[in-house]
Design a protein around this ligand. Structure first.
Ligand SMILES: NC(=O)c1ccc[n+]([C@@H]2O[C@H](COP(=O)([O-])OP(=O)(O)OC[C@H]3O[C@@H](n4cnc5c(N)ncnc54)[C@H](O)[C@@H]3O)[C@@H](O)[C@H]2O)c1
Length: 360
């Protein structure tokens, strides 16, 4: 008989409906059997659209973990402040967990998650779906083949000109732990560290700004934001040095007066070559004594994990994760890696607040 993985969803808002539910629905090995949201109508709606006929609906995730003995996998899709408590509860209830990014609001909370994963022996992964893009997978393969040599300088890009998310609790410091840095800077930094395969930061100097949040007629992609509710930064920048001497510059904004916008992208400079994702993936090197640029054809079949048909990164994340659960493999995004992202982001906020360089 085919192996079926029963999945429960906690948090049935934007990212659940935009990524998790449609991607899980495509997997024949998955049944979504329980939905939890503090707003019951959202859980009901998700159940109707994506759940099994007899799927259950909850407003309390603890009750869900207690009652749903058959659920193997929980997806945590709630605001950042609750990632840690819900993930720990699910792990200790014996479930594998995919938690949305960032891993947690603070390093302390992320450490509790790591501890819970170790103590329970269950799998934990974080929703960094940008790793599953075909350009990311190709670049990762190039890095693993040492085509760039030693990567000693990198930039992590998460820059929007005017795209402040105005729904949910994105502007609320308490619920999210910050603005663009923790929201989208997290993706760019995850990609960069993963490509460099370097998880040993030495120091961080950060600057955090709230310069545009009080302006009116904002030209924002999702309509004007409410300045009174805007308790997070609108841009943040970090200068990160690594133990091996490498440097990373992280730039993040939801609103910044610039035309140089790029998000969830990395620029890498190594001893043998470099790479950027500015206008599609480009790898630069020296060939036969001449400056050379390679532009891979990423449409040509599967890369890395799945041969053949190309699928989008959201679907690939879900497929790779459920595959790791079924075949007892390590997920691609490891919590030990995600916690380093959280540590660096927290240090950027701390450095900006104190004016000091933070040493790890
Ligand atoms: N991977 C990505 O690219 C990506 C994109 C967007 C958001 N996210 C992440 O997803 C998370 C949620 O963001 P969103 O845009 O879906 O927000 P959202 O506000 O649209 O949805 C969150 C949902 O969680 C519910 N909720 C809040 N606390 C809860 C609790 N204790 N128990 C059960 N339900 C609860 C809310 O009622 C809401 O329906 C955030 O951590 C965010 O960083 C990731």
């Amino acid at each position: 008989m085919e192996r079926i993985v029963k999945v429960g969803i906690v948090g049935c808002g934007g990212i659940a409906n935009g990524k998790h539910l449609p991607s899980l629905k495509k997997l024949k090995e998955v049944q979504m059997v329980a939905f939890c949201d503090i707003k019951p109508d959202r859980a009901e709606k998700a159940k109707k659209e994506y759940g099994t006929e007899d799927a259950r609906v909850y407003t309390d995730y603890k009750e869900m973990m207690e009652k749903e003995k058959e659920i193997e996998v929980i997806h945590v899709c709630t605001p950042n402040s609750s990632h840690s408590e819900i993930t720990c509860c699910a792990l200790y209830a014996g479930k594998h967990v995919l938690c949305e990014k960032p891993m947690a609001k603070t390093t302390e909370q992320a450490e509790a998650m790591l501890k819970a994963a170790k103590e329970s022996g269950k799998k934990l992964t974080i929703g960094y779906q940008n790793r599953f893009r075909s350009d990311s997978l190709y670049l990762k393969a190039a890095c693993e083949a040492n085509e760039l040599g030693e990567i000693y300088f990198a930039k992590a890009h998460a820059v929007r000109r005017r795209a402040v998310p105005t729904w949910g609790v994105f502007l609320d410091e308490e619920a999210q732990g910050g603005g663009p840095l923790i929201d989208i800077g997290t993706h760019a930094l995850d990609l960069t560290l993963w490509m460099m395969d370097n998880y040993k930061p030495k120091s961080v100097k950060g600057s955090v700004y709230r310069k545009l949040a009080d302006q009116k007629n904002t030209g924002n992609a999702w309509g004007d934001w409410d300045a009174e509710k805007y308790t997070v930064e609108d841009s943040a920048f970090g200068f990160i040095t690594m133990e091996n001497g490498a440097t990373i510059i992280l730039e993040s904004s939801w609103a910044l007066n610039t035309l140089d916008v790029k998000e969830a992208k990395t620029t890498l400079c190594g001893t043998l070559g470099g790479a950027d994702m500015d206008d599609g993936l480009r790898i630069n090197n020296i060939k036969h004594g001449k400056q050379n640029v390679e532009i891979p054809n990423l449409e040509s079949g599967g890369v890395a994990f799945y041969e053949g048909e190309e699928i989008n990164s959201d679907d690939m994340e879900a497929q790779s994760w459920i595959d790791a659960v079924i075949h007892d493999k390590e997920p691609l995004v490891k919590p030990e890696q995600a916690i380093v992202v959280t540590k660096i982001l927290e240090a950027i906020y701390k450095s900006a607040e104190t004016g000091e360089t933070i040493y790890f």
